[in-house]
Structures are given as C-alpha cells and as structure tokens.
Design a protein around this ligand. Structure first.
Ligand SMILES: [Zn+2]
Length: 772
C-alpha cells in the first residue's frame, strides 16, 4: 500500500484507473490560512502569543539531592480569548513511580524475541533503569499556591499537568500573578536517564548537578491547539512560552553555578581575580580560564557548610536551566554575533580534560558563527556548554554535553580518547548550541513535532561540522547515510507525533536533515534554499511556527513547487530507487531508398552467422560446378534498389512540405531512455551520460517528469555523439537505495565474500581432561 493512501489526502476517487497523485497540492491537508498564520507561511497580521514571566528562588540540598523552590508567575493574556483556567506543566511528575511514562513503558521487545525458553536478554544498563524507576520517590510536592492577593487558588493536578481555576476569567490584555512552592528529589542521571540529574564521582565524593525541567512552567496557549496540555510521556519535549526571568540559586559556598541568563551579582560569588578574568574574556583572542584547575581542585577538597546565593536575569527566553558543582573549571570567550558580543562559556570537571579545554568553547563559537549565516544573529548574552552526566541536552543559552576522555585507573595523568569521543564532543556541542536557535528561539511545538527542532537543527549541524575541518566525520546529512533507514520495514512518516515515532533518531533527526540537504543541493540549489530557510528563521524567531509555516515559507520565498517533496519525504515512508530500464538507439528513417537499403544490408551483414552457415563455409555447392545456374538473382540481393522503389519513394514524399522533407534528413542519434520508480518517492533523475568520444554530460531532469505517472517515465534525447553508458545519480545525491539498477548497460559491481569458520561442537570429555 502507498503510504499517502492511508492519509485523508484524496477527496477525489479514481474509478477509471488507479492513480497516485504525487504532485497533488498540499492545501487539502495543511490548515486553512487565517489572520494568525498566512498562506505564505508568515505570521499573520493578528499573530499573538502569550507571555509568562517568572521570579524564582531555589535551594539545592546537596546531601539529600533535593531541590526546593518558590516562584511567582506573571501570566499575560495576549490572546483574543477569555481564559477561565490556566494550565501548568509539572515535568518532574514524569519520575513518579506511577507516572504514565513509567506505567506505559514498553518492554524492549528485541530482548524478548527468543522463541526458546532459554530466558530473555536485557542489558545491565536497561535493567538498572527499569528497576530504579520503579522504586524512586519522584515528582513534585506542591504547596502554598495562591494569587497575588494571598488567597489560595483552586487547582487540580492531572499527572504532569496542573489546572488553576480562576475566580474571574482572564480577559484579553490582562495579567494574572500567582505564586507557589515546590520541592522534589533529583534523579541520578545515569540510572534514570532524562535530561537532567546528578552525577557523583567515586574518587572525591563530589557531584555535578544538572537541573532542568525543575520548576512548574506555564503550558502554551496558542491559536492552533488552545492549551497544549498533552501529557509528558518522556519523549515529546517541551512546549513553552517566552518570558523574562529573575532567579536566585542558593547553593553550597564552594559551588560554581552556570545558568541561563546574565550573572547579576558577580561581586558576591566570585573572587576579585575571577571577576577580572571574566571582564578580560570579553575581548580576549582565545578562551580565558575564569576558574582554573587549581582553584577547582581546591574547591573539591573544601568541606564547607556555608552557602552562597547566585542571582541571574534572563530576558525573552522560553525556559531556564542551571548547573552547580564544586568540581567546575570554567572558561569564557567573547564572540561577535552581529553587533553583540556573546560570552561563549564552558564548565567542566578536570576529568573532562584535555578534551574540554581544547574543544568546548571553540565549538560554541564555531556554532554561533555558522548558524548566524543561515538563520539570524545569536541574540543572547551568553552561550554555555556544561559537562556532566547528560549526553546532550539544550536549554536557552545553556547546554549539557556528555563526552569525556578515558582516564587510566592507575595513573590519572594518562588520558586517551577515541576518534568517536573527540568528534562526538564537537558534534554534540554544535548540536545542542544549535538548539538555542531551534527550538529555543524559533519556538516550535516539541511535544507534537520532533522534526521541527531536531531535523532542522541536525541539518544545520551538518553544515557547521563540514565547516570545522575537511572530511569531518558527520554522522548525518549525507544522502547515502540515510538509505538503510529509508528501506527499513518498521518506520512511520516524519509527520508523526513524537511519542509514536519508530526509529527515533533516524526519523526525527537523520531523515529530515538529509531531506533538507537534498533540497538545498539537488532540488532548489543553495541560493534559493538558503534565502528561503533564512526567511523562515527570521519570520519565526521568538514566535511559534507549525509545520505548514515551514512548508509554505520554503515555497513562497523560492517559487519552487515543493508539495511533492513534502508529500514524499515528510508524509510518506517511500524511499528513492530509480531504475534505468532501457536505452534505445535510433536514427531518422530518411525514406531515401538508397540510404535505407544500404542501412538494412549493413544490419544484415552485421548479424551473427548461423552455425549451419559457419560449418558450410567449405561446402562444395552445385552452382560451383554448373555456373550456368547463376542468373540475375545471383547478382542482385534483396536490398537492391529498383527504379520503381525510387519512384515510389518520391511519390510518398510528394505531399510533404519543404520543412518536413528537411527533417527527414536530420542527422545525429536519438535515444529513448526508460525509467521506473521502484522506491515510490518521486525525485529528479540525475544522469551522467558517457559518449564514445570520451565526453561525459550531466543531465538533471526535474522530478516533474513523474507527474502523470509516478511509476514509469521515458525521455527522448538527440545527440551528435554516440552514447556508451548512462548512470543514474552518479554523485549519490538523492539517497537512491539500489545502485545496481542505476546503470545502462548494467555493471558488475565488486563486493566481498566473507568466509567464516564453523563453530566447534562441545567435547565434554576433553574439557574435563584438560582440567586435570
Ligand atoms: Zn537535538
């Protein structure tokens, strides 16, 4: 079945012949444009979004691994609607033993597929996660929820969402302020997974705390969904409003805090020299250490009961995350972004070196330089990379990144790292810093559409990686790398809700990133693509785009009909496999009897001789003995042109006009090329055509060649030279899955035959003897 057939795509019914209309315009499935979102893909003249401002005081209990906070939220209703209730997101409730996340977690079927009763298999890591999640006292304890007037607010908690009922509806343009207290147990990141948590080091007993999804946040209310209060099941990430924040972090006095925003009170939390270094970093030529390894090691040995309060301010962000540890080294470097200077900063334990001091802050600076080219200037004052137990996660101005070198257990000065760790670190920092653009600024709805941030960001990550060094080992972006996924059986279209996606990384990161790269290099060209992509970024920065806004903008700014592309790559599970089935070679029939007879005679003579003819070569024939048997027909073969033939031919041409006669004399070679679309996805046909004089021509046929028949297409070529070989997709730019049908004539492709040794059968007697 064709994937698009299961979508409510076709209002029409074809009863005369089955027809899969791959070029059908998308209007029927995209939402109808309105005053909030236009048909061009831009925000409409009545576009609105809500605002949520926060003041938060939070305290970290290092012993208990517990976070306690109070917050005041000021919510501004910019919508045209009266709101009688507000929804908040309680993400920590995901870690409650009885959360939907825990209860609906599917056993990993790949471990239980064993048909014999020899027992199932499970990795120790997976086993640890599943058992500890079922024992953990997680989730918020919420108290003291009250309005600005001090009166308690009616509310109900529904799993990861909390509704606050207002006494009076909140009218358009009005603000509502309220406050609440909360506390929760932090998860240990390595056992629970997740996007934050703590990690403690055996050697010195110190911990790194990465704190995220840590305070109750306003759910989004928008023109598309009303309240986006789809429950948090762990995968579909965050749907958030912009606002301004003031946060104070109460932590042990020897901790260093990294946070979204600008540090407001450096004089209270940093030493004099540290404050000086931070100033110096703004204009330095390379990263400057703010907290040196020596200072961090001194902090690690410290054992203080004193506390410090770090205060930060962050404007126009959709979230805040922070990190705290006495293990942190800290470096900073001022990087230009348009007219702004951004402080690129890294925080890491000494266990992160030598990798982190060399690469982290450089990778931040590189990301800003590259992403600015393709979207907009990084607008925030800081961009941060923190090393800790989370593999890679993003927040406004703030990212958590995992890779570290291997440290020798005997001698900690012996440190090595694999190629994968080195490039893994650079790549994850590019990726997570890149997320500050998408979706932290281009604020798409992550709970619904993972590809809108992961896909777009992975695409830009690929461009940034390739600008780091030649032959950078990018994992995603090149068309050929997506083929195994594209032909795999268990998959869903990109346009699938985050929680229901199969093969998450390939679906939401790899495929959209590759699709955009192909769109840029093969379909649209860099100039048209880059302009349109930048237009999308500019239109929707600090706003909330939906898929249609992206699809429409890319078309609207480029005049390239892309509906077929979105349909194929985003709404279907088709793959690319175009086969060249036949090439037929023709020259014009001149209708000149002399020429045509000669042509036929040549064909006749070129035909292979039959075995009988070959073996009779020496045969003595009757006419050899009796020459009188030879007559007229032994002189004239069947191709002989008679005056009647010539006359007939002239007669035939009589009604022809001059231009028609001239065409009959056309010289050169005609070719009919037949293609079939095996994979289902319509794509341009890119051809390398080799000629007998050694020339190679590249011919790019637009995807529209499939518009009246998505399964079969033929084209006609007229060339002076003779074609010797035709190759489809010679640069491997379309993710064509099966190369073997890309050649006419077919080619024999080299491969390897792997030989292996048969397993030995067990010999118990021998085992027992060798034991003696
Ligand atoms: Zn990501």
């Amino acid at each position: 079945m064709v994937a698009s057939a299961v979508l409510p795509v076709h209002a029409q019914t074809w009863t005369k012949q089955p027809f899969d209309d791959k070029f059908r315009q998308l209007e029927e499935i995209l939402p109808t444009p309105n005053d909030y979102r236009t048909g061009s893909g831009a925000p409409g003249h009545k576009y609105w979004q809500q605002q949520a401002d926060y003041t938060i005081q939070v305290k970290l209990d290092e012993e208990e691994k517990r976070v306690t906070g109070s917050e005041t939220i000021t919510y501004t209703n910019n919508s045209p609607d009266r709101l009688s209730y507000l929804w908040l997101q309680l993400d920590q409730n995901r870690f409650d033993k009885n959360s939907d996340y825990n209860l609906s977690m599917r056993a990993q079927t790949r471990y239980v597929l064993k048909p014999s009763n020899a027992g199932d298999k499970q990795s120790l890591k997976d086993f640890r996660g599943r058992t500890s999640r079922q024992n953990f006292e997680g989730g918020y304890q919420i108290s003291n929820l009250k309005g600005a007037n001090g009166k308690p607010l009616r509310h109900i908690i529904n799993k990861t969402m909390m509704r606050i009922d207002l006494d009076q509806p909140l009218l358009p343009g009005q603000q509502f302020s309220f406050s609440l207290d909360w506390e929760y147990n932090m998860v240990e990141a390595k056992t629970h997974g997740g996007r934050g948590g703590y990690e403690c080091f055996e050697k010195d007993g110190n911990c790194i705390f990465l704190v995220a999804q840590w305070f109750p946040r306003m759910a989004v209310y928008d023109d598309v969904n009303g309240w986006q209060n789809k429950q948090f099941l762990g995968r579909g990430e965050f749907s958030l409003e912009f606002g301004n924040y003031e946060i104070s972090y109460d932590v042990p006095a020897d901790h260093i805090v990294a946070s979204t925003g600008t540090l407001v009170n450096p004089e209270q939390v940093l030493s004099g020299p540290q404050q000086d270094r931070l100033k110096r970093a703004e204009t330095a030529k390379k990263p400057v250490m703010i907290v040196t390894e020596k200072e961090a090691r001194a902090n690690e040995e410290d054992d203080t009961s004193k506390r410090k309060v770090w205060t930060f301010k962050a404007d126009n962000v959709r979230d805040v995350a922070w990190a705290s540890s006495r293990k942190f080294l800290w470096d900073a470097w001022g990087v230009k972004s348009g007219d702004n200077t951004v402080l690129a900063m890294s925080y890491y334990p000494q266990e992160g070196n030598p990798l982190w001091e060399r690469y982290s802050t450089q990778a931040i600076a590189h990301t800003i330089e590259q992403y600015n080219k393709y979207s907009f200037d990084y607008p925030y004052p800081v961009a941060i990379s923190v090393n800790g137990p989370v593999g890679g996660m993003e927040y406004p101005m703030m990212t958590f990144n995992g890779p570290r070198p291997e440290i020798d257990k005997e001698d900690e000065s012996k440190r090595t790292y694999s190629r994968r760790t080195k490039y893994g670190l650079i790549s994850v920092i590019i990726h997570e810093i890149g997320h500050i653009y998408f979706p932290m600024i281009v604020n798409s709805d992550e709970r619904q559409w993972t590809w809108m941030d992961e896909g777009l960001n992975t695409y830009l990550q690929f461009l940034a990686e390739q600008a780091w060094e030649e032959n950078y080992p990018s994992r995603r972006g090149e068309p050929r790398k997506i083929i195994d996924y594209m032909v795999s059986a268990k998959q869903v279209p990109i346009m699938t809700n985050s929680e229901s996606i199969l093969q998450f990384g390939n679906n939401a990161y790899g495929k959209p990133a590759t699709a955009l790269n192909i769109l840029r290099e093969t379909i649209m060209g860099r100039e048209l693509f880059d302009y349109a992509f930048r237009e999308y970024s500019q239109r929707w920065k600090f706003k909330r785009p939906m898929p249609a806004d992206f699809f429409r903008t890319m078309e609207d700014a480029s005049a390239v009909d892309l509906d077929w592309f979105w349909r194929g790559w985003f709404y279907s599970t088709d793959h690319v496999d175009i086969s060249i089935d036949d090439v037929r070679f023709m020259q014009v029939n001149t209708d000149d009897p002399e020429i045509e007879a000669e042509w036929k005679r040549e064909r006749h003579e070129a035909a292979p001789r039959s075995l009988t003819e070959q073996r009779n070569e020496e045969l003595h024939r009757r006419v050899d003995d009796y020459s009188e048997l030879k007559d007229f027909y032994n002189e004239h073969d069947e191709f002989t042109v008679s005056p009647k033939n010539t006359k007939d031919a002239e007669g035939k041409l009589k009604p022809y006009e001059e231009w028609e006669r001239e065409l009959l004399e056309t010289e050169g070679n005609f070719y009919l090329l037949d293609f079939s679309n095996v994979g289902g996805l319509v794509m341009p046909i890119i051809l390398a055509i080799e000629y007998d004089n050694g020339d190679v021509e590249e011919l790019r046929i637009p995807a529209e060649v499939w518009r009246q028949d998505p399964k079969q297409a033929s084209i006609q070529l007229w060339r002076e030279e003779v074609i010797t070989q035709v190759t489809v997709d010679p640069h491997w730019e379309t993710a064509d899955a099966d190369i073997s049908n890309n050649f006419f004539p077919r080619k024999i492709l080299p491969s390897r035959l792997e030989l292996f040794k048969d397993k030995k059968k067990r010999n118990l007697m021998k085992e027992m003897q060798s034991e003696e």
